[in-house]
Design a protein around this ligand. Structure first.
Ligand SMILES: [Zn+2]
Length: 143
């Protein structure tokens, strides 16, 4: 179980949540500037993906490295206190992410993940555009 006090917990969650919403905005802004139109948080889809491109049948998840357990990433280093709790917690998150991806792909969606740490560089941008353009159904031409 979690041994943190309620206050400590909410401080931690708050801080991490704050960090995690910003990366999503970076991705959204970039795509918007290119003219890609998308829906946010489609709750009817498994995992309620961060960005949804229905006509392309593609979804994008912007993953915070810590919560989603980015392998080999220094931002994903688990706290040493309550190690077991965190290992289990993040392990569950990873398993859920895998399940979600499988479910989406099974119903014909293509899934891409962008990691928070990638946003420090630029290579995610071309990866993203390539992912979105690779489709027989390209309607919205980027400006
Ligand atoms: Zn990372």
């Amino acid at each position: 179980m979690d041994h943190l006090s309620k206050d400590a917990r909410s401080r931690l969650m708050g801080r991490i949540k704050g960090r995690n919403t910003q990366p999503e905005q970076v991705v959204r802004k970039y795509l918007f500037s290119l003219g890609f139109r998308h829906r946010l948080h489609a709750s009817d889809l498994p995992g309620s993906p961060d960005l949804v491109f229905r006509s392309r049948r593609k979804v994008i998840f912007v993953n915070g490295c810590f919560w989603h357990g980015h392998r080999g990433c220094r931002r994903a280093t688990l706290p040493k206190t309550n190690a077991e709790f965190w290992i289990e917690k993040i392990g569950r998150n990873r398993a859920r992410d895998r399940r979600t991806k499988r479910l989406l792909e099974k119903s014909g969606w293509q899934v891409m993940e962008v990691w928070q740490c990638e946003l420090a560089g630029n290579s995610w941008k071309s990866r993203l555009v390539k992912f979105l353009r690779e489709s027989p159904d390209v309607r919205a031409k980027p400006r």
